[in-house]
Design a protein. Sequence first.
Length: 132
Amino acid sequence: GCGGEDEGADRFREGYNAAVQRLNEVNSNIEESGRELAARPGSEIAREFDRIADTAAQTRADLAELEPPEDARDEFDDLLAAIQDGVENIRGVASAAREGNQDRFREATERLSESSEEISQAEEALKDAVGG
């Protein structure tokens, strides 16, 4: 009956909120690292961004195991796709830093902030679809 569905939705919301909290931490780590690491050697920047990418990828894996409500499935898939792009862009920043290629690093950083935007938008859309 009705009860089971609510329970599923609550479980989804719990898991989802935990994941979003981690994503927000990932975001502030990216911003902090961007500021703090500006003067550091590329290898250090790369290490830091690889670590951030691993966290984001793990968060995406955790999210992928959740069972979204039926009418939020598209938004959920969009979010997973946006996070996947984000992970790839974080790794892009890491590898540009490792090479010490300033142009590629700047491009990668721009792509990363675009994908952060996309992730935020996907989060919002999903929140609306889930209703809360």
